[in-house]
Ligand binder design. Structure first.
Ligand code: SF4
Length: 432
């Protein structure tokens, strides 16, 4: 099948290696490495392929996948062969190529209450085979990288009770914690919820493609099926890590090198492969926080890698305001974009840095699809055909805008605010 035929049959679905997506800068090929992990050899091969067959730009996605941008139609076949040889061709089929998301530190983090990776394998084995492609489950062992913002449909999160996990369902108002369960029962509970959701779709009771799109009545029906014990709140985390050197106790140290809005150049990936081979354990983990994690480093090596990574354009400082903004590439990279979302996000990072230090979250989206962040943010900006942004306060890109403003107006209003709580007043509907 040609790249064009493969992609056109999947519009509206998740791209992969077998089925690329046509975007404004050529074909986009998304790689789903098993468990989000690459060897240094695989990473170097992908970086080279991105230069040879694409435009050298890559993205780490909000689900910890890696996509090659700007692939030429006449080069697509050679790229697929190359990725297949590297063991990076996903299985045939339309289902989610990765159902469960875990922390990139899974199995290494001394704070974890259970091993999220083995639980995710059990959950994936219990899930029905005919799920819509975008369904996602977050399995959070209670470690130092938080998964609440990942935009999953179903959350399984450690609690302060070592024998129990909290189960949550996504809703338009955030995560709704519906009860607690033993670790052993999680695969069966997830299997019941997902199978019942598929049956609702097959019976024509809903056309939702995600649990988070389900009507409240159907959500209550699902909750009743699993009969959970009253909810325990998830365990209290310290602030989640987004970048920098992370101490893993007897496991040495890891460097989490964040990428501004997930954008990565091929030379950055090549250099990361070198660090992993020379100083780490030859493993690179893709982080849903939009970064690359290198585990297994000695203390001195970790500092050296962090310094070099900063020099190469990675973010190592957790107070960097770009870490508080989610943004898709926007124009010109995406054919569906009305605004240059990444460029605008950099301008907003400068105008609103005082708000980010108080915990504000902002999502800049080139169009209403909201690819970069399906969950609510304090402020969501949705690009429009007229060149303005629809402005949504405390909501996601799916919600109705309170007002429509140019990027310049938005920056002026943001720079005059004292606190994130002032956003509702600053962006209330303009009288017309
Ligand atoms: S949100 Fe819209 S503009 Fe941004 S990447 Fe997705 S489709 Fe493209």
């Amino acid at each position: 099948m040609s790249a064009e035929a493969a992609s056109s049959s999947r519009r509206g679905w998740c791209p992969g290696v077998r089925r690329p997506m046509i975007t404004g800068d050529g074909l986009l090929v998304r790689i789903h490495p098993p468990a989000g992990r690459l060897t240094s050899v695989q990473a170097r091969m992908i970086a080279q392929a991105a230069k040879d067959h694409g435009n050298g730009h890559l993205d780490v996605t909000a689900r910890g996948n890696l996509q090659i941008r700007g692939v030429r139609e006449d080069s697509y076949g050679a790229l697929v062969e190359c990725l297949d040889e590297g063991g990076l061709l996903e299985p045939e089929g339309d289902g989610p190529h990765r159902l469960c998301i875990v922390s990139p530190l899974a199995g290494l983090d001394p704070q974890e209450r259970f091993d999220p990776l083995s639980l995710s394998e059990a959950v994936e084995a219990a899930a029905p085979g005919n799920l819509p492609a975008k369904i996602c489950i977050a399995i959070d062992g209670g470690g130092s990288i938080l998964l609440e913002s990942v935009g999953a449909d179903l959350h399984v999160t450690a609690t302060d009770d070592l024998d129990a996990v909290a189960i949550g369902l996504a809703s338009s108002g955030g995560i709704r914690w519906i009860g607690k369960a033993s670790l052993e029962s999680v695969p069966s509970i997830a299997g019941t919820l997902l199978s019942s959701f598929v049956e609702m779709r097959q019976a024509g009771r809903t056309d939702a493609r995600r649990l988070l799109e389900l009507d409240p009545g159907l959500i209550r029906e699902l909750e009743a099926l699993v009969e959970l014990q009253p909810a325990s709140p998830p365990c209290s985390h310290a602030n989640g890590r987004l970048a920098g050197v992370i101490d893993l106790g007897s496991g040495g140290q890891a460097v989490l090198a964040a990428l501004p809005f997930g954008r990565c150049e091929s030379q950055q990936l090549t250099r990361t492969a070198d660090w992993s081979r020379d100083f780490g354990n030859d493993e690179i983990r893709l982080s849903f926080t939009r970064g690359l994690l290198l585990p297994g480093l000695a203390e001195q090596s970790a500092q050296r890698v962090a310094d070099e990574a900063r020099f190469l354009g990675f973010i190592l400082d957790e107070s960097d305001p770009r870490l508080s903004i989610q943004a898709c590439p926007g124009k010109p990279a995406c054919a569906g974009a009305f605004r240059p979302a990444s460029e605008d996000a950099v301008r907003i990072a400068q105008a609103a840095s005082h708000l980010f230090s108080q915990g504000a979250s902002i999502h800049v989206s080139g169009c209403g699809k909201g690819c970069a962040h399906p969950s609510p943010s304090d402020l969501t900006l949705v690009g429009r055909e007229d060149g303005c942004y629809g402005v949504i306060v405390s909501g996601s890109s799916r919600e109705k805008a309170a007002t429509y403003l140019t990027i310049e107006d938005i920056m002026i209003r943001l720079s005059s605010l004292n606190a994130p709580g002032d956003m509702a007043r600053a962006f209330r509907k303009d009288p017309s």
